[in-house]
Design a protein around this ligand. Structure first.
Ligand SMILES: Nc1ncnc2c1ncn2[C@@H]1O[C@H](COP(=O)(O)OP(=O)(O)OP(=O)(O)O)[C@@H](O)[C@H]1O
Ligand code: SF4
Ligand SMILES: [Mg+2]
Length: 321
């Protein structure tokens, strides 16, 4: 049984009296325990909103989230609170997500104060020190503030805060995109080591295709709140099939000599997320669209034993033909 099952979640926002934004539009996926699933897609495609829903920070308008078989969307606030330490998060901007007035000890100890109330102050401190050691920082940073630390050290504090309550799953929302390249590699290696040591399950949100390839077993490609393509990461990145994935990856990877993604440009820019469409969201930008593409929603369909895509061109009859 997967550790996390996301079933057909929908989330809409309305700013002021303005038009509705369908930030997440019927997304489903699952993650096996100890595995990593990546979500990739342009800015505004709904990645962070999905992360926030999985974390219980936003309720979905529709759909279900099952964690270890339990339906989070049907739980009372009290039951949800008990589960909150099982799914934690590391966010993109370590400095913004760490309170600059708190010491590292207080930041990393805070989840213990909330979720491990049975621990004494001394036990809490020991646990904080042990966790800081695990992330390569140690006791020397206990009395420091975030502003005294480098970007890489700040993100290690963010990872320690996510790890200290012994979670089963961590949502990693662009955890390395604000770091420079060498620091990025060491933080990614740390995340992988921690995953192996603690059998952690990761939902990994990223713009960075190279990192996704290194990091995750499966990947979903999002566009305007919908999954366009889903499958094993290496297959999907080396041979994208959905016209949107081909366009996204060909412009991202065209500089990489090891990757031969067919060149295929999407026309125009990403439309406003407030525009409602009856059919495929890529209509108007897709170089291979059909007249039928705008008629009705195009569901995610299996296109091979391991891959799914939401595209009429890849519908099973065409694949067989
Ligand atoms: N609290 C909110 N109120 C109104 N609109 C929101 C809110 N949160 C997200 N949105 C809108 O929902 C859509 C998806 O946003 P989201 O932050 O999930 O995208 P993202 O894929 O994480 O983008 P990025 O790569 O820039 O982080 C966007 O159009 C965004 O403006
Ligand atoms: S369903 Fe049609 S418009 Fe959408 S990606 Fe496929 S061919 Fe293009
Ligand atoms: Mg985001």
């Amino acid at each position: 049984m997967p550790l996390l099952e996301v079933e057909n979640i929908v989330k809409t926002f309305r700013r002021g009296g303005g038009p509705e934004v369908r930030a997440v539009d019927g997304v489903s996926f699952s993650i096996e325990s100890g595995e990593t699933l990546s979500l990739i897609g342009e800015s505004g495609s709904g990645k962070s909103t999905i992360g926030r829903i999985v974390l219980g920070l936003e309720p979905p308008d529709e759909g279900r989230i099952l964690f270890d078989g339990q339906d989070l969307t049907a739980m009372s606030p009290r039951e949800l609170r008990a589960l909150r330490s099982s799914i934690t998060a590391v966010f993109q901007e370590p400095y913004e997500s760490l309170n600059p007035r708190m010491t590292v000890e207080a930041i990393v100890g805070e989840p213990l104060r909330l979720f491990r109330r049975e621990l004494s102050a001394a036990q809490r401190r020991d646990r904080v020190i042990a966790t800081l050691e695990e992330v390569g920082l140690g006791e020397r940073v206990l009395r420091r503030h975030p502003g005294d630390l480098s970007g890489g050290q700040q993100q290690r504090v963010g990872i320690a805060r996510a790890l200290v309550v012994d979670p089963r799953m961590i949502v990693l929302d662009e955890p390395t995109s604000s770091l420079d390249l060498t620091v990025r590699a060491t933080v990614l290696n740390l995340l992988r080591e921690l995953q192996e040591r603690h059998a952690l399950t990761y939902l990994f949100i990223s713009h960075d295709i190279a990192t996704v390839r290194y990091f995750s077993r499966s990947t979903g490609v999002l566009y305007l709140g919908k999954v366009m393509e889903y499958g094993p990461t290496h297959e999907l990145i080396d041979e994208p099939r959905h016209p949107y994935s081909v366009g996204l990856l060909s412009c991202t990877l065209s500089a990489d000599p090891d990757v031969s993604v067919p060149a295929q440009r999407l026309e125009g820019d990403t439309p406003s997320p407030t525009t409602r469409r009856a059919g495929c969201p890529l209509v108007g930008r897709c170089p291979v669209e059909l007249a039928s593409c705008s008629a009705a929603p195009v569901p995610l369909m299996p296109i091979s034993p391991t891959r799914s895509a939401a595209c009429l061109r890849l519908a099973p009859t065409e694949v067989v033909a």
